[in-house]
Design a binder for this molecule. Structure first.
Ligand SMILES: Nc1ncnc2c1ncn2[C@@H]1O[C@H](COP(=O)(O)OP(=O)(O)O)[C@@H](O)[C@H]1O
Ligand SMILES: [Mg+2]
Length: 236
């Protein structure tokens, strides 16, 4: 579904992603781990096409993502800081994009948004502003906003790292539900328990390179990669 071929990304002279190659199959759940500053967010932003790659290419279903006009509808992204519009109500945040892009009428979008909000027990908050919701509620609204576009892939960039443990749980439960629907997911997360539970495959980035790309068991138990072992022991 996604093919990342020798991807490089520079910020000025600084090479942040260095020759990254991997494929993502439909329905795969891949966790991306690695220390702070190793390029995890940059990689997701390149995959979401909110960042131009410096060299080589990303293919989606065989086509360069630069040549796919509605690529953003196919690949959604959920951010650490939710990125909801503070001045808009929950329902307006969720319906804005599909209506603006003429994918749905306002009525259709509202109907779909209400159904999705009901599924996550937040329908009674539809007219609230994001600032009046807890962090966990805001993040679940942000996930629903992504789901409105019926994406083929969802990219999660540390979706729970600004949340308290209690709220982390409710957000991870929602992500787990998406995993169970066979959604294709790439997730950057330091919640290693969760990662072990849902991901079949773990990519470990170190200094902008893929230092390990393996299944859960090999990553956590059998790896001989020094940096990976150090990273895991620091987290535990
Ligand atoms: N917009 C930017 N301009 C310049 N440097 C950046 C920018 N975004 C990230 N960087 C740098 O790129 C490196 C990787 O950042 P990032 O992808 O955010 O890492 P991670 O998410 O793994 O913590 C860091 O050294 C960071 O300072
Ligand atoms: Mg990051």
């Amino acid at each position: 579904m996604l093919e990342i071929k020798n991807l490089c990304k520079n910020y000025g002279e600084h090479r942040v992603l260095d020759n990254i190659s991997f494929n993502v199959d439909k329905g795969e759940v891949i966790a991306i781990i690695g220390g702070s500053g190793c390029g995890k967010s940059t990689l997701l932003r390149c995959l979401n096409h909110i960042e131009e790659v410096t060299e080589r290419e990303i293919l989606f279903n065989g086509k360069n993502i630069n040549d796919i006009p509605n690529y953003h509808q196919k690949v959604g992204m959920v951010f650490q800081q939710f990125n909801l519009f503070p001045h808009l109500s929950v329902i307006d945040n969720i319906t804005l994009a599909p209506v603006k892009l003429h994918l749905m009428t306002k009525d259709e979008a509202t109907k779909k948004a209400r159904k999705l909000l009901k599924d996550i027990n937040l329908l009674e908050k539809e007219n609230s502003k994001p600032g009046n919701l807890s962090g966990g509620e805001q993040q679940r609204v942000a996930i629903v906003r992504t789901l409105m576009m019926n994406p083929d892939v969802i990219l999660f960039d540390e979706p729970t790292s600004s949340l308290d443990p209690e709220m982390t749980k409710e957000v991870l439960e929602l992500i787990k539900k998406l995993v169970d629907t066979n959604m294709t997911i790439l997730i950057v997360s330091h919640e290693l328990g969760f990662v072990r539970d849902v991901a079949k495959r773990i990519i470990f980035l170190n200094k902008g390179k893929i230092a390990s790309d393996d299944n859960v068991k090999n990553t956590f138990e059998n790896s001989t990669n020094k940096e990976l072992k150090k990273f895991l022991s620091n987290i535990n």
